[in-house]
Structure formats: C-alpha cells, structure tokens
Write a protein that binds this ligand. Structure first.
Ligand code: SF4
Length: 468
C-alpha cells in the first residue's frame, strides 16, 4: 500500500479526531502528526530524522505529550505524504506489514512505562522486555483495530520515577509476592495504581510471565463484551461488573487469577516525580540518568539535534521522553554528568526544580487550537516569571485538558483572551475535575498575585467556603 493509501485508510475507516503518524489532523497552525514512541525512547538516528522531517515538512517544532510521545506541529499543506514516508523510513511507524490495518497498529501503541524503566534503582523489575512483548501483541492482532485510539495501558515496574496519576484502561503494577520471594503484577481496570488508602485497590494479580497473555485476554474481553458505543474500559464497567469481566478473562486464559485480601489491600510506594530533573544514580552506581524540561514541553529541530549529539557522544546512553513533557538521558557515565547538565542548559532545558519553567505546563493554546479561548503558551511564559516557589500550574485553553491527564495543584482555565478561572486541588486524581474554583476571570497579573499570596489556603473558594 502507498503512504497516501495508508493515510486515507486511517482517516476513512476510523473517523477519529486523534492525530497519529498516518492520520495528520488539521489545526490552526497546520497539521498535527503524533509519533508514538515505544517506551518513550528515541535513538540518535531517529531523533535526527525527526529534526530533518520537521524542518522540511512542518514548522520546525515538536511538543512532548503527557504520554511521552511526540506531536509534530505545523505540518505544511501538501507535505503530509512525504512527512509520513520520512517517519516510516526512520522506523517510527508501527511494526508489521504496511497493509490496510497498518494505521490501526499505530493507534494501539498506547503502552506507557516509566522513563527510568530498566535503570531505576528502586524498581522491582525491568519492564522493558515485557513492554516490547505487549506492544508486539497489540500491533499484530488485527481484531484490535476496533479499539479506540485513546484506549491506553500502563506497565509499572515499581520505579521511583513514575507517573501514577494518569487513568488507564488497563494498568499493571509490580508488587512483591507476599507468599514467596518473587514479583507479581497487580492490575486494575479504568484507573491508576493505588498509592493512598482511599484509592481503589487492585482487582487481582498475575505472575510476570502471564502479563502479556493477560493483556491480550483483557483486550479481547473488552471487545467481546463492549457495545459499539463503549470505547473505554470505564464504559464497559458501567454496564458489566468487574466479576463478570474477570470471569470472562479467566475462561479465555484457562487460569485462575490470584485474588485475595492482601492484593486488594496492597498499595504502591509513592513515586518521586522530582527525579525527572537533574542527575540521579541508576541501579548501576557508575551511571546516572539526567533529566531536563524544554520550555512548555516544546522543542525545535536544533534542540533535537543537540539531544541526538548527546546520545551519540555518551556510549550506551538513551534518550527518553517523559509524561511531564520533559526528556531524560539514561546511562550517562557519572564522570560525564556535569558536562551533560551544562549541555542541556545550553540547549535551553531547565534541569532544576527551582526554575519555574519546570513547574508550568500549557496546552497548544489559541496559536494552535481553535478551541482555545486564550494564548496559553504565551500566558504561561509570562506567568512563569512570577511563579512562587513550589507552585505548579497548568494553563488550559478549554476543559479538555490536553496538556495534563492528571490534576495539577493549580489550574488556570481560559475563559477569554488573557482571562482565566483559577482552580486548586490537593488530589492529582481529583474526581471533581480541576478542583475548587478560587477566582474567576483573572488576568495573568492577577493570577500571579493570588498564587503569590502568602495565605493562599485561606482565600475563600469561589465554589466552596474552604478546601478542607
Ligand atoms: S486543552 Fe482545549 S484548547 Fe488546549 S489544545 Fe486541548 S482542545 Fe485545544
């Protein structure tokens, strides 16, 4: 099949608004092409290929997404097919034959792992081989073409650096087998690994050797039981009990899943997102991972080339995207940490949490998205200059919250150009949405003033008298 046929097949058979590598969707600033990265990883050669592709076929910038993928923006009209061809030539497309189902194999590549998978000193298991196995199975089963491009999975190896607050249709999280010295994977549906007592516990656990087969069986079970209008696991669970879903899975696999109170009560150790920035020792003490944050998660082709150079210059290093819209270089020899940090700084990446640019995120905003009521990127840059220490803020052009799948402590939701409602929450999984509204229609100056207010917790909520 030609690249044009693949692309039109993707758009015709799945009328989705979600961009993909083979489905470039229009936006205000040109087309958007999303490149899904296996385990968030990019080789030096592929990083250079993307840099060349965005210079030639787009406006020269990429955004890192909250699922550690890349979004190429500003694809020029008439350049869609050559861009797709360049990305496929670089090996950035899905695996398998380029036939009519190729586009769907791209859509199902929604498996997130920790950016420090295989390197994290606190992990219970290296999830990398298992992640590759699951990705291969997802891409090779043509029935999975029926899944929504948003259907998403998490494979958590117990790393200290992990994004745990994004809801997933299916999540797996490594846990110590309470009965023997081994690792099991607890799992759940339509949610996140439990960290606090109030979180819903795992529904069962499975040996690591059965995780890939269980994933396969769970996705088939979803497709067996879901009505056409059910696109996500939460839709299925609204009409079928967890017991019903598990019974279906067990009969498919011919095994009984481990279910007992110790699994239900199990809680994952809290993660430490601060490890996404700066240098930290890996499990191999002679090596470190080094992380940095491009301004508002956006990089140009020169930055990509600089990162590719760092990977090439550091033997064994890998480049990984993070769900905090940052980058991480792994396997940096400890003696090379200081020059690597300097190089990231020279590329414009913030590596220190004291830098306010590491604590503000924003969606594409009105410069790129017709739904946005404000220029969130420009306003976020302005706000960063006045951001108080420790404040983390998300600016969203509309309630869809493209820049964050979790809830930031503070959200500025655009209501008009340069005007925002300010929300606060203390729960990154807040079921009420952005949290309590503190004030409406603020300018960026006014929002900065409120965020800097020494007694911010005592500011009356717009919706509620207190946040307690
Ligand atoms: S959050 Fe809304 S305004 Fe921002 S990019 Fe997404 S759809 Fe557009």
């Amino acid at each position: 099949m030609s690249h044009a046929d693949l692309s039109s097949n993707a758009s015709r058979l799945r009328p989705s608004a979600c961009p993909g590598l083979l489905r470039i969707v229009p936006a205000l600033d040109g087309g958007i092409c999303r490149v899904k990265l296996a385990r968030g990883e990019l080789s030096a050669a592929r990083t250079l290929a993307i840099a060349d592709a965005i210079d030639e076929h787009a406006c020269g910038i990429v955004d890192i997404t909250n699922r550690a993928n890349l979004q190429l923006r500003g694809v020029k009209r008439g350049h869609e097919e050559p861009l797709i061809a360049a990305l496929l030539r670089a090996g950035l497309g899905p695996s398998g034959p380029q036939d009519a189902t190729h586009a769907f194999a791209d859509d199902v590549r929604n498996l997130m792992v920790s950016p420090t998978a295989g390197r994290d000193a606190g992990a219970l298991i290296d999830t990398s081989p298992l992640a590759d196995d699951i990705l291969t199975r997802l891409q090779s089963d043509k029935r999975f073409a029926a899944l929504s491009p948003k259907f998403a999975l998490l494979l958590d190896g117990g790393e200290r650096l992990a994004m745990l607050d994004h809801p997933h249709d299916i999540w797996f999280s490594a846990m110590r087998d309470p009965k023997r010295d081994d690792v099991l994977f607890a799992f759940g549906l339509a949610g996140c690994p439990p960290v606090a007592e109030k979180h819903a516990g795992a529904i069962a656990a499975v040996a690591a050797s059965n995780v890939a087969a269980l994933t396969h069986a769970l996705v088939h079970t979803f497709l067996d039981l879901a009505a056409p209008e059910h696109t996500r696991m939460r839709d299925l669970l609204a009409v079928h009990s967890v017991e019903r879903v598990l019974a279906h899975v067990e009969s498919k696999m011919g095994i009984a899943l481990a279910r007992d109170v110790s699994i239900e009560r199990w809680r994952r150790a809290p993660a430490d997102p601060s490890l996404r920035l700066g240098a930290h020792r890996q499990h191999d003490e002679r090596r470190s991972h080094v992380g940095g944050q491009p301004v508002l998660g956006r990089m140009d082709s020169a930055t990509l080339r600089g990162l590719a150079r760092l990977v090439a210059d550091n033997d064994g290093a890998t480049l990984r995207m993070t769900p905090w819209q940052g980058v991480l270089l792994t396997d940096i020899d400890t003696t090379k940490v200081a020059p690597t940090l300097q190089a990231l700084d020279a590329l414009g990446l913030a590596c220190d949490a004291h830098n306010p640019l590491t604590r503000v995120i924003a969606c594409a905003g009105s410069a790129g998205c017709a739904k946005s009521l404000a220029d969130t990127k420009a306003d976020a840059s302005k706000l960063a200059a006045w951001l108080p220490a420790d404040a983390q803020v998300h600016l969203s052009g509309c309630p869809r919250s493209c820049a964050a799948a979790h809830r930031a402590p503070y959200t500025l939701l655009a209501v008009a150009p340069g005007r925002y409602d300010l929300y606060r929450t203390r729960d990154p999984r807040d079921p009420t949405g952005f949290g309590h509204c503190l004030a409406r229609g603020l300018t960026i100056d006014e929002a900065a003033g409120m965020l800097n207010h020494a007694a911010l917790p005592s500011i009356p909520s717009f919706d509620e008298p207190s946040d307690a």
